[in-house]
Design a protein around this ligand. Sequence first.
Ligand SMILES: Cc1ncc(COP(=O)(O)O)c(C=O)c1O
Length: 304
Amino acid sequence: MAAIQAQAAKLIHGRTHLTMAMTTSKTIYRIGYQPLPSGIFVTPYPYAYQLKMNEAETTDYCLHELKRLLKSQTAPEETACIVMEPVLGEGGYVVPPVEFVQELRALCDQYGILLVADEVQSGIGRTGVWFAMEHFGVRPDVLITAKGLASGMPLSALVTRKDLMAKWTTGSHGGTYGGNVVACAAAVATLRVIKEERLLDNVNTRSKQLLAGLQQLQQEFSVIGDVRGKGLMVATEFTTAQRGEPDTATSKAVVKAAFEHGLMLLTCGTYDNVIRWIPPLIVSESEMAEALKIFAAALDTMSH
Ligand SMILES: Cc1ncc(COP(=O)(O)O)c(C=O)c1O
């Protein structure tokens, strides 16, 4: 990921500074590697639930912090790009306010900064549209995607306009496995299946089922502080009932109990207190119902 970010920066000659809102989800990704490359600055992600703010306050606060960063640490004229996950992955499955993303686009346009959408996790139908940026009506300058692209075969893509692509010097960007034909064939087949089998419709229908099921469980179990998400990128955030603080012990115990009954779940978030729901795009109604049943039983064991 870091290499792609550095190469994206090269697209604008003379601008090597990066402003990013990613890879800071947990110290485990940084411990043992410090000091990290310079030229990368981090600004708060618009995470309303964690900030204990409403959407408008979250937008104001995060834009304020971003603008302050561009005044205090990295001048806009030497900032190459701003990298953002349009739905935050490792950081906790967070959907930002629409207004924030639109204002971010306007800010990038004002200063000639490239907006890079990290859709490694959110891309290729995961959120019910081809790319999560569509939810905000925003077009990034560069889009990075990977995980769902080739159904598990190793492939990632950096997508951008022709005028930006033309700035690569031929041969300056490559790798031993780049453009691997088997992985590329898997990607072509994946994209065809998503389109021909109308999988985005399935994602949206199953999303409604999942969100409704989780919201119902939230009424029953006070450890679930928040249910949120788009498409089949959905979060259940565990917090203590009294103070709304991250409840890592419960989220981990629920994952373990669910696993023992045949449901594989994964945590995310800085405190590992968010259970993420990322079923395959082909998940059926009965499979989803079964998953919700196992999850409910796991929650039930916690409350006894
Ligand atoms: C949003 C996002 N960006 C980047 C990465 C890193 O991708 P890679 O392992 O292909 O470098 C991940 C991996 O989980 C991710 O979720």
